[in-house]
Design a protein around this ligand. Sequence first.
Ligand SMILES: [Zn+2]
Length: 226
Amino acid sequence: MVNEKFSVEAHAHLVRLVQAWQHAQSAPASHYELKIGAPLPVLLRMKFPAGSLSLHEIQNRCQLILVPTGTGALISVNYCGKKGTAWTPWDLAAQCFFRLITNPKVDKFAGPCARCHKYYVKKRASQKVYCSRTCGNAATAVRRTREKWEREHTEKLLRARRAIQEWRRCKPADPWKDWIERKYPDITKKFLTRAVNAGELSAAESMAREKKLSKTALTAGSLARA
Ligand SMILES: [Zn+2]
């Protein structure tokens, strides 16, 4: 009955329900809410996704069960689906969603985590981005590495610009990229080409001079041949 396709579909529907529910939590106040001067409960603000059961339908498909215990009974409410009808993936999604919204700790539900993309149970109220310290630390490490790379890259571009000015001043016979790479081995021709292509380094003037140089060389060559 519940095959893999069924549960995959149900899972996708559940995610849709959770997204709509989370969206309703942060959506701006509606005209009606502004008029009455108070926010509606989230489930009343929520727009149930297309194809989904409405809150009313979910309620109608729930059943109250008395669970005898001691001298009395406990009340248990369960999502049971539509009587006499086979469950659809939306039923399974509605059952999970019903369990989520009726859980007393529903406000601790959060996610998806910015790193592992899983939903999680918050350990602290402030825990809004990552599911765990592991994910938080890993993301910080990635960010630090990127920041370090950016810092070093900017510094290298600055040195490359200075080197171009130096090349212009010195007026050597070598093309600018070759000259810079020879003088500053870590500023490679590959780095310079990439920086120019990325628009990070304006080589317009350098190029112009280079062209003039090669033209001069050509003229000199032609003269020598002549
Ligand atoms: Zn995570």
